[in-house]
Design a binder for this molecule. Structure first.
Ligand code: TPP
Ligand code: SF4
Ligand code: MG
Length: 278
C-alpha cells in the first residue's frame, strides 16, 4: 500500500506575494504583514483555503502582499464582503484587514453588525489614528487635541471612538489589542483569533510614521495588559473603560453562539423565485 502524500507545511515567507509593499519605510503595516504570514504558517493552512479581504487605505493593501486569495474591496465594505464570502464558503478561513478610517468611519455601521452577527471572521484593524492614504486627516480614533492636519489646526475637539468597548457592547466574542512593534506577540494573537469560532476583533496599534510620527513613542509606552483574559463582559467593560488604549493582550473571550446560516435560513431560493416570500 502506498502512503498518501502529505501536503507540506509552508513557511511564513510562502504566504507573501512577490509584490513589494509601497508603504513608507518604518510603517507599522510591514510588521502586521509579517505577523499575519507567521500566523498562517503556525496554523498550517493551505493557501487555497484562506482569503484576506480588505477595504481601501494603506493598510487595506495587505491582501496584494499575501499569496492567499484576496479581495481589495470598496472603502468601508470589507466586512460585508467577507461576511458574504464566509456564509457562502464556510470551509474557508476568512481574515478581514483594514484601517481605523476604513473600519470605524465609513465602515462603522458594518463593524457594529459584524460584532453582533458573530460570523466566523477574524478582523484585523491596523489602527494608526489617522487616514494615512489620503495624507493625514483625522480618523475616529484620533486624539481630540491632534493639531497636525491643516483641516483641524486646533485639534478635532471630538473625543476619540473606543473600538474595543464598542466591539464589546455590540457583541464581539473575542477582543484583543496588539502592537505592530511586537510582531511575534501579534502573530500569536492572530493565531488565537483565527482559531476562535465566531467574530474576533483584533486592534493592532500600527504606527503611521509619516502623519503620526509621535507614534514612534509607542516603542516605550505600549505594554502588556496587567489582566488575564476574562469571560465576564461586565469586568471587561470596566477594564476597557479605565484603560489608556496602550495595553495589549487578549482581553475578552465570550461564549455567544456563532452565526450558522444553515440554521437561520427561513426560506429557500425556490420560495423566493415562486413569490412565496415577499
Ligand atoms: C467611498 C470613498 N470615500 C473616501 C475614499 C478616500 N479614502 C481612501 S483611503 C481613506 C482612509 C484610509 O484610512 P485608514 O483606513 O485608516 O487606512 P490607513 O491609510 O491609515 O492605513 C479614505 C478616506 C475612498 N477611497 N472611497
Ligand atoms: S502614510 Fe502612514 S499608513 Fe500610509 S504607508 Fe506611510 S506610514 Fe504607513
Ligand atoms: Mg489609519
Amino acid at each position: 500500500m502506498t502512503a498518501l502524500a502529505q501536503t507540506p507545511a509552508l513557511t511564513a515567507a510562502a504566504y507573501k506575494s512577490d509584490y513589494r509593499p509601497v508603504w513608507c519605510p518604518g510603517c507599522g503595516h510591514y510588521s502586521v504583514l509579517s505577523s499575519l504570514t507567521k500566523a498562517l504558517a503556525e496554523l498550517g493552512l493551505q493557501r487555497e483555503n484562506v482569503a484576506v479581504i480588505s477595504g481601501i487605505g494603506c493598510s487595506s493593501r495587505i491582501p496584494a502582499y499575501t499569496s492567499v486569495y484576496g479581495f481589495h474591496s470598496v472603502h468601508g465594505r470589507a466586512l460585508p464582503v467577507a461576511t458574504g464570502l464566509k456564509v457562502a464558503r464556510p470551509d474557508l478561513t476568512v481574515v478581514v484587514a483594514g484601517g481605523d478610517g476604513d473600519g470605524y468611519s465609513i465602515g462603522g455601521n458594518h463593524f457594529l453588525h459584524a460584532c453582533r452577527r458573530n460570523v466566523d471572521l477574524t478582523y484585523l484593524v491596523m489602527d494608526n489614528q489617522v487616514y494615512g492614504m489620503t495624507k493625514g486627516q483625522a480618523s475616529p480614533t484620533t486624539p481630540a487635541d491632534w493639531d497636525r492636519s491643516k483641516l483641524t489646526p486646533h485639534g478635532t475637539g471630538v473625543s476619540p471612538f473606543h473600538p474595543l468597548a464598542v466591539a464589546l457592547a455590540a457583541g464581539a466574542n473575542f477582543i484583543a489589542r496588539c502592537y505592530a512593534g511586537d510582531p511575534n506577540g501579534t502573530a500569536r494573537v492572530i493565531t488565537e483569533a483565527v482559531r476562535h469560532p465566531g467574530f474576533s476583533m483584533v486592534q493592532i496599534l500600527s504606527q503611521c510614521v509619516t502623519y503620526q510620527p509621535s507614534q514612534k513613542e509607542w516603542k516605550t509606552t505600549v505594554r502588556k495588559a496587567d489582566v488575564t483574559t476574562t469571560r465576564d463582559a461586565v469586568r471587561a467593560a470596566r477594564w476597557l473603560m479605565a484603560d489608556d488604549g496602550l495595553s495589549t493582550g487578549v482581553l475578552y473571550i465570550g461564549h455567544r453562539p456563532i452565526y450558522r446560516p444553515e440554521l437561520q435560513a427561513s426560506c429557500s431560493v425556490d420560495d423566493l423565485e415562486s413569490g412565496f416570500v415577499v
